[in-house]
Design a binder for this molecule. Structure first.
Ligand code: HSE
Length: 309
């Protein structure tokens, strides 16, 4: 096989109380990558569609940095190189796992062209190197669900231990991306480095509640447990209409609402597609009334993660 095309989905990381450890995959929206073997050794980016400001320099692009991490580990001398073409649908700085979907797609594609030496779970550690380049920290809460699908918990980073979680299959996400860019690195920098014990207790109680709620398909518990007392208080200040959106989501039947990744996107979870679409309609009206551009997505949880096309 000389050429392969891969789709890797956008993701919602943190999911309220799971800062840097929890995430889920969205359906339909994601990045696509074509990778082909070339006579030129090394990695080359031929083209990036859908984003003007992303580097073609392989040392500066998350997809090739992630792919290089895989090749460094594979450590076999190859008599060919790889050429990348990227189609970006997830906007950089949106909080929907833009760098993760490119990194996940890249490692999956190169792995296939090498004859699949690594499992999808093993690929996460390589895709994390793309995240490290993008945000300064190699977090896995976007790349794990982008590769594996569903909800994933990073139970430990050292050693890396990823737990796929059970979740109710009729859970639906509504995601709004207001068109301002928030760099993950900036959004991480503004966080408090120390949190009071009382705050930590609230957070781990909520994370436990959320995982139990997903496992037991207890929608009320999921809703109660989406609260975040660590990142949301600071980050929400960067997001236009944040409090108004939360209030609207509550009134219109969402189980809960919070920041997607490091923002500015926000997500809402609902128990039915009707509620999710109603929330989407309300969001379009709210942002348009304020002359703010936004994209709105309604998505079931993607069970598959990255796939070959
Ligand atoms: N967990 C990361 C953060 C996700 O919140 O900074 C970035 O999308």
């Amino acid at each position: 096989m000389n050429e392969i095309r891969v789709f890797a989905p956008a993701t919602v990381a943190n999911v309220g109380s799971g800062f840097d450890v929890l995430g889920f995959a969205l359906s339909d929206i994601g990045d696509m990558i074509t990778v082909r073997k070339t006579d030129d050794l090394g990695l080359h980016i031929k083209n990036i569609e859908g984003a003007d400001n992303l580097p073609l320099d392989c040392k500066k692009n998350v997809s090739t940095v992630a792919a290089q991490a895989l090749l460094d580990s594979y450590n076999n001398t190859l008599d060919y190189g790889f050429e990348f073409e990227l189609v970006k649908k997830v906007s950089a700085g949106s909080g929907m796992g833009s760098s993760a979907s490119s990194s996940a797609a890249a490692v999956m594609a190169v792995n296939e062209l090498l004859g699949r030496p690594y499992s999808k779970t093993e690929l996460v550690v390589f895709a994390m190197q793309g995240e490290s380049l993008a945000s300064g920290t190699p977090h896995a809460d976007n790349v794990a669900p982008s590769l594996l699908g569903g909800f994933t918990l990073i139970q430990s980073y050292d050693p890396l231990r990823i737990i796929p979680l059970h979740y109710p299959k009729d859970l639906v996400a509504t995601v709004v991306h207001p068109h301002i860019e928030v760099k993950t690195s900036d959004s991480k920098r503004i966080l408090r480095q120390h949190i009071p014990l009382k705050t930590a207790i609230t957070q781990w109680a909520n994370l436990g509640g959320l995982i139990a709620g997903l496992a037991q398909e207890n929608y009320e518990l999921i809703g109660h447990s989406l609260k975040d007392v660590v990142a949301e208080p600071t980050r929400s200040m960067l997001i236009p209409l944040y409090e108004q959106v939360k209030e609207m989501a509550h009134k219109n039947g969402a189980l809960g609402c919070n920041i997607s990744g490091s923002g500015p996107s926000m997500f809402m979870l609902s128990q039915s597609l009707d509620t999710a679409h109603k929330l989407a309609d309300e969001l379009r009206v709210m942002y348009s009334n304020e002359q703010l551009d936004c994209d709105v997505y309604v998505s079931k949880i993607n069970p598959d993660g990255a796939i070959l096309l």
